[in-house]
Design a protein around this ligand. Structure first.
Ligand code: SF4
Length: 577
């Protein structure tokens, strides 16, 4: 007996032969300036999730062709080759690609709510090309907001959570090899209703997964085609800034799925569930070796939610890297759990090649940490930074979120003061964004704090989707931005140390992303002053001066930090320096 949904497809689905997996644009309009795009301000990063779906389906289903297409990467390469941003050309190229492949099914990755409107536009394009192509979306957006997503008739199926098994079962269902009762981890429309089927079968043993298919999304594909960017490459990962663009070829991978914690601002549990599953260390390091041998990778980014949540597992991976004598540098894409970083593990991290320490402090207020469910003590955090400094020369990035809706100015000040007090190479102080699917988002929604049109369509990361009850938007955005300028530029630890070359790489990296950053030009000049290169000092200060002529905001920052660039330039050019 066939279900209504299966009946719908019997006429048009003899058997699934071709699947196209698309990583959609994250660039959406022509308003981005070209310099920002080419320097990685709009970044491209290998869509590893699609790689896993592809290799899993290929290992389980016979006679099916699968192709991954990173539309975002294609767009950036196109802009670079043409010397301008042209989104209508990019959409045209995506259309050409879909027509050329002419697949039966298209899977569209939909990781973030903030870019969900582009996913809808992509599915609209697909259905215009051929209403017979079945559209499937997967990722955080459909997992959390499947009923919203399926209001759009251009989307046929929404995968809920981990995608490999659900996608396979969907294909077997469409091939009429499995009944509707076998579908799980999926939502779809059936006549009038939206049917939701919970994701019950997470992959228990991750070692059974084949390594991700990296055809079309290999580390080579993400290398800038020309010498446009010294530090940005096509990824924004800090490893490029630390190792230098020409010294880093990065492979992205994951060693685990999930996180056992439940920080109230985080939505990670929706995709991987509450428990954590690990790959065996040998399996992880086999993949590292493959990346080295096949792609010449010399640096690895682990994109796990929480790489060090089990120190035993993390140490086993590091031991295996050391045992095999692999000469790689590594870092993580998210944050390292600060609590776990004792002396022994930090030593092991250094011995196995760690280059950057992403430390997820989140807050400098013990009260806020308790409120968000983050098990972390401020004294422990300070000691961890001291230990990392004592044992090696790793680059330390601190992650902070400032301006939770329940915070007062006191807690905000405590966080910013904490960021100033730690001996960090870089502080990423983010404005609080309520992420759909997090406990805090629900609370903000109920209390009416969420900015209405951001619920579905996302919001730019430089601002926030929350209206604060305790202070104005202007207050928190300015506070956080000034603290960023102070910690990372004006009082940069590397500027006034023997690591001035690192400071130069940092400031240049920022200028590549934000070519109108007058403060970055000013401190870059300061760095060259320390190195005694007066021509470069003058050059950078003149650039800062030019920006100040037209930017009132930049002038206000110079005033805030009591910098008189005209006076400093006069002194320099008068030979007094
Ligand atoms: S923020 Fe990090 S530690 Fe907290 S739940 Fe999310 S992944 Fe886990």
């Amino acid at each position: 007996m066939l279900s209504g949904n299966q009946k719908n497809y019997i006429k048009i689905m003899p058997r699934v032969k071709k699947i196209l997996l698309i990583n959609p644009f994250i660039i959406e309009t022509n308003s981005y300036n070209y310099e920002t795009v080419i320097s990685g301000g709009q970044f491209a990063e290998s869509p590893l999730g699609l790689g896993y779906i592809s290799s899993y389906l290929q290992s389980k289903i016979n006679d099916v062709e699968i192709e991954i297409f990173d539309a975002n990467l294609m767009a950036m390469k196109h802009f670079i080759s043409k010397g301008k941003v042209d989104m209508s050309a990019a959409w045209g190229l995506l259309k050409d690609k879909i027509e050329e492949v002419s697949p039966d099914i298209i899977g569209v990755s939909s990781l973030f709510h903030s870019t969900s409107h582009i996913v809808h536009q992509t599915c609209t394009l697909i259905k215009k090309i051929s209403p017979d192509i079945i559209t499937v979306i997967g990722g955080s957006y459909p997992t959390i907001s499947y009923s919203d997503a399926l209001k759009d008739n251009n989307i046929d199926y929404a995968i809920i959570g981990e995608g490999e098994i659900c996608f396979m079962d969907l294909i077997l269902f469409l091939n009429k090899e499995k009944g509707v009762e076998n579908l799980h981890g999926i939502a779809y429309r059936d006549d009038k209703n939206i049917i939701f089927k919970e994701n019950k079968f997470l992959i228990k043993n991750l070692d059974e997964l084949p390594f991700p298919d990296r055809t079309n999304i290999s580390p080579d594909d993400y290398i800038m085609p020309n010498d446009f960017s010294e530090y940005g490459n096509l990824s924004r990962n800090f490893l490029f800034r630390v190792l230098g663009r020409n010294n880093a070829k990065i492979g992205i991978m994951t060693a685990s799925r999930g996180c056992p914690y439940s920080c109230s601002f985080c939505s990670a549990k929706h995709i991987w569930g509450r428990s954590i599953r690990y790959r065996n260390s040998k399996n992880v390091v086999d993949e590292i070796e493959l990346l080295i041998k096949e792609y010449g990778v010399n640096a690895i980014v682990f994109n796990d939610d929480n790489f060090t949540v089990s120190t035993k597992k993390a140490v086993a991976i590091m031991d295996e890297i050391i045992k095999r004598g692999l000469n790689i540098r590594w870092g993580v894409g998210g944050g390292l759990g600060v609590n776990f970083l004792d002396e022994e593990i930090i030593k092991k991290m250094y011995d196995s090649g760690i280059a950057i320490f992403n430390l997820a402090f989140e807050s400098g207020s013990q009260k806020t940490l308790k409120e968000i469910g983050k098990v972390l003590n401020l004294e422990i955090s300070k000691n961890v930074v001291r230990r990392i400094r004592k044992l090696g020369k790793g680059y330390i990035i601190g992650f902070f979120i400032s301006g939770f809706h329940f915070e007062t100015k006191k807690e905000v000040e405590e966080t910013l003061e904490f960021a100033r007090s730690l001996d960090l190479d870089w502080a990423l102080i983010r404005n609080y964004q309520a992420i759909p699917g997090s406990r805090i988002f629900e609370e903000c929604l109920q209390k009416g704090y969420i900015v209405a049109d951001s619920i579905r369509y996302g919001y730019p990361l430089v601002t926030s989707n929350v209206d604060w009850p305790n202070f104005s938007k202007e207050y928190i955005l300015e506070k956080n931005y000034l603290a960023n300028l102070e910690v990372n530029f004006i009082n940069s630890r590397n500027l006034n140390s023997d690591r001035v070359d690192q400071a130069i790489r940092d400031f240049k990296g920022v200028i590549e992303l934000a070519p109108d950053h007058a403060i970055a030009y000013y401190v870059l000049g300061k760095a060259y002053e320390i190195k005694g290169d007066l021509l470069k000092v003058k050059d950078n200060w003149h650039k800062a001066q030019d920006i100040l002529k037209t930017s009132e905001t930049s002038r206000s920052y110079f005033k805030h930090f009591k910098i008189d660039i005209n006076k400093e330039l006069n002194l320099l050019e008068g030979g007094a320096l």
